[in-house]
Design a protein. Structure first.
Lengths: 317, 322
């Protein structure tokens, strides 16, 4: 808005005032950039360190961080290598080494198996949640009845409930259907999570009824209106929702811990905390591999993600 | 499908029994005819809701009724109605009280902190800053990067022999057991801020850019300063977003268990014991009564808080939308 100020003062030329404003503008920019750069540094710091440190060799890692992870009492072979007195956070590795990646990708398939577990959970959840939610949102946005607004309100409340509340009903159902400790226990509740219904309904309510009326005059069936008019119009919103859902489930920790007893079935997000204590180098490499899909998705479609967040920014339609 | 048909009959015209139909006056008949067509449309569109509705009923709503039932009985085999004694037992449970206290303190401090910081950053970014989109990307990045991936670096930072303590010693302070003392709370708050600021910031930025420019320019011509413009105009336009961001942050503050679990495992120091830890332990004991009553207490608390925030939103934000 300071540019607006400048524009205004330009239309009423007042030289000294203009100069003062420009000085204040520079001062403000300096202040703002300092704050923003500081925050940006703090925000990027953990990610950047994880990535660069994953290229360290095993000896270098234990030299730098051995103190911490032997302190946890898990890895017994700490005496083999030199361990520094203090922990020593290093941005650039002394020698770039791909040995951790080689171990993860080629030698020990168990990590890749966990990665695959994550994929098996997340992909069906994203796809089917969108399909189910698109139908529900179509219904909510086309015709409004008292019953439907009550159901929609119920969906909102459900969406706002923390896991600590919804996991208990989930647990009881899975127990009754004897699906505990199977992949279905994670996937089924995920598919019916009301989050995407909420965003999609808000978007679909903006589609003008005239479009629907015109299509009906031309003899379109409900299915045709849904698939030929609503879905193409919603394409970018669907994409935004898909990214949000993907990120949410790629990160899941609570559900697998409660609904799965078998560690074989754990997604990598939970399993990572278990290998952290053992082999730090491998944990770093697998951590980097794990962040690749969401980061690629993000770089490829940041604008969609931002639109999706902006759409979700109000409870009211 | 059955439910859908019932909806339709919720409509007053539709619930009139067949016999009385003939008595209805012509004017009412007209209405009836329209609603008949509408009824067909309702039925056809209802089909699209069915899968979602059935799923939500099966996996969330019906089991929640079972949860309520479990909370009111003594145990699933004998099923004697015991009233509120489960809740009394729950509130006398030390672990639950600790979890509730920690979560309460955490939400009360971290949520305002994250909302204010995100708003400040959004205002800075929306005021014609160079590299705006680069900053936006950077602030959003913690949301994208899985917490599990970067938790190792947090451990390196906050370990007793870690980097933060090094820096503290360099400046002459005493080293602190970050993860095994009451300072654990600070670490959790920092993680929470790191993870959630970006998301909230985006919501504020989109709301800020939606404020009509005209009003701001008029205010400026009338000699309204930057600070006053922010508090009297922008904040009023933001009020609805503000309450929504608060709700979202509150919900996300319940998710902080993820980071705590990844950081410390199943048995954290007392100051980091969250409600989710309590739930996990209770799940492993198969104590349905405790679990159910805890879920209901939490649900009730959430409904009250969300209700208050929505009410505030409805009453404060009035007069903005034309």
């Amino acid at each position: 808005m300071t540019t607006d100020l400048r524009r205004n003062s330009a239309s009423f030329p007042q030289k000294p005032k203009k100069k003062k404003i420009r000085f204040r503008r520079v001062l403000f920019l300096l202040f703002a950039l300092t704050v923003l750069v500081t925050f940006a540094f703090l925000f990027l710091f953990p990610t950047v360190f994880t990535v660069t440190n994953s290229f360290m060799s095993t000896t270098e890692i234990s030299a730098n961080y051995g103190k911490i992870f032997t302190g946890l009492g898990i890895s017994g072979d700490g005496g083999r290598v030199f361990i520094a007195e203090k922990v020593n956070l290093q941005l650039i590795p002394d020698r770039v080494s791909f040995s951790q990646y080689a171990t993860v990708l080629l030698k020990s398939p168990e990590y890749l198996l966990k990665f695959w577990n994550s994929v098996i959970y997340v992909l069906p959840i994203v796809i089917f949640q969108l399909v189910v939610a698109a139908g529900a949102s179509y219904c909510f946005s086309r015709v409004e009845t008292k019953f439907r607004s009550i159901v929609f309100f119920m969906y909102i409340i459900l969406m706002l409930m923390p896991y600590q509340v919804t996991l208990v009903p989930n647990y009881i159902v899975m127990d009754k259907l004897s699906l505990m400790n199977t992949r279905w226990a994670i996937i089924l509740p995920g598919i019916f999570s009301p989050f995407s219904v909420f965003i999609l309904t808000k978007f679909m309510r903006r589609i003008p009824t005239a479009v629907v009326e015109a299509a009906k005059l031309d003899g379109a069936s409900e299915w045709q209106i849904f698939s030929l008019i609503y879905m193409p119009l919603c394409r970018s919103t669907l994409y935004s929702v898909a990214i949000l859902v993907f990120i949410d489930y790629w990160n899941m920790v609570e559900q697998p811990l409660i609904l799965l007893a078998d560690q074989e079935l754990y997604p990598l997000s939970v399993f990572l905390s278990k290998i952290n204590e053992g082999d730090t180098g491998i944990a770093l490499a697998i951590a980097v591999i794990y962040m690749v899909p969401p980061v690629l998705l993000f770089l490829y479609s940041e604008d969609y993600l931002i639109d999706g967040i902006a759409y979700s920014a109000s409870v009211k339609g | 499908m059955k439910k859908k048909v019932k909806t339709v009959s919720g409509n007053p015209e539709a619930s009139v029994p067949d016999g009385t139909e003939t008595v209805i006056q012509s004017e009412k008949k007209k209405k009836w005819r329209i609603s008949k067509r509408e009824r067909a449309e309702r039925r056809r569109t209802a089909f699209f809701l069915t899968p979602s509705f059935l799923g939500v009923m099966l996996f969330f709503i019906l089991p929640f009724l079972v949860v309520i039932f479990y909370a009111l009985i003594d145990n699933p085999t004998t099923a004697n109605f015991v009233g509120f004694s489960n809740f009394e037992k729950l509130f006398s449970n030390n672990a639950f009280r600790l979890a509730l206290k920690n979560t309460g303190i955490f939400s009360l401090t971290a949520v305002p902190l994250v909302v204010v910081t995100a708003l400040a950053l959004a205002v800075l970014l929306e005021s014609n800053i160079p590299y705006k989109s680069t900053f936006r990307t950077i602030f959003l990045s913690p949301m994208i990067v899985p917490a599990a991936s970067v938790i190792l670096i947090w451990q390196v930072l906050f370990d007793y022999n870690g980097v933060i303590n090094d820096i503290a010693v360099f400046f002459g302070a005493d080293p602190v057991e970050w993860l095994k003392s009451d300072f654990g709370y600070v670490v959790v708050v920092l993680l929470f801020l790191w993870k959630n600021i970006g998301y909230n910031m985006i919501m504020f930025m989109s709301a800020l850019s939606a404020i009509p420019r005209g009003i701001l320019e008029v205010a400026m011509l009338d000699g309204c300063g930057t600070v006053r413009r922010f508090f009297t105009i922008k904040l009023r336009y933001l009020s609805s977003t503000l309450s929504y961001v608060t709700i979202m942050s509150l919900i996300n503050s319940f998710k902080i268990f993820r980071e705590v679990y990844l950081l410390t495992g199943d048995y954290p120091y007392d100051s980091m014991y969250t409600l989710q830890h309590f739930m996990n332990n209770t799940f492993s004991n198969y104590d349905y009564q405790k679990l159910s009553s805890a879920a209901i207490v939490l649900c009730a608390v959430m409904i009250v808080i969300i209700g208050i925030l929505l009410w505030v939103d409805n009453h404060v934000g009035k007069g903005i939308e034309e």
